[in-house]
Design a protein. Structure first.
Length: 202
């Protein structure tokens, strides 16, 4: 049903979204990079990005360990705040998680990705875990919504009739939960995908 090693020649969903993000988003990124380089010196933005990716990967591992064993994992004190903020949500999801880190691809549309989790709380749903240093405004996470929409479309193609998607964002003092309307975001994802393909073909 799922693929251990999706076709490496297909672009990842995250790659497609980065390549087609709005000029406004690119401008926000440039400002953040400039700020990090000013604070930490040349290369500061790259180091901050790497650190954030590593922390995100570690936190995903903590969640997976808890889902597998039911035992809360040991973690650095700085990560404990995120865990404490999201403990109730993680515990609520635990009985309903079918699997984590599932490789998917859409052969028809031409992309691949990895689901953080597939859950069946009442119907098949894509779950995406995110970490953040601060609480997010919903207007900031439109690409996250397109990401889980893309995953849902690919999962449906592979035989799972996904009926919903959720994004869970863990920050040190608060855990946020966003329900994503897949049907609403499907046209936007397909438009971004076509734009990416046009750029590659040019």
């Amino acid at each position: 049903m799922f693929i251990k090693d999706p076709n490496p020649n297909l672009p990842r969903v995250t790659e497609i979204l980065r390549a087609t993000e709005s000029e406004e988003a690119r401008d926000r990124l440039r400002k953040w990079q400039h700020k990090m380089d000013k604070i930490h010196g040349p290369g500061g933005a790259d180091l901050a990005s790497q650190e954030a990716r590593e922390k995100g990967t570690h936190f995903h591992t903590y969640i997976e360990q808890f889902i597998d064993s039911g035992i809360e994992p040991q973690m650095p004190t700085e990560e404990q705040g995120r865990w404490n903020a999201g403990r109730e949500i993680i515990q609520a999801f635990k009985p309903h998680i079918y699997a984590c880190e599932l490789g998917i691809q859409s052969s028809l549309l031409g992309y691949r990705g990895t689901l953080d989790a597939l859950a069946f709380p009442n119907c098949p749903q894509v779950i995406d875990w995110k970490t953040s240093k601060r609480v997010k405004r919903e207007s900031w996470i439109e690409d996250y919504k397109l990401q889980v929409t893309a995953y849902a479309i690919a999962a449906k193609e592979m035989g799972i009739r996904i009926q919903g998607a959720q994004i869970i964002i863990f920050s040190p003092k608060r855990c946020q939960r966003f329900i994503v309307d897949i049907e609403h975001y499907t046209p936007q994802w397909l438009e971004r995908l076509e734009r990416y393909k046009a750029t590659i073909a040019a």
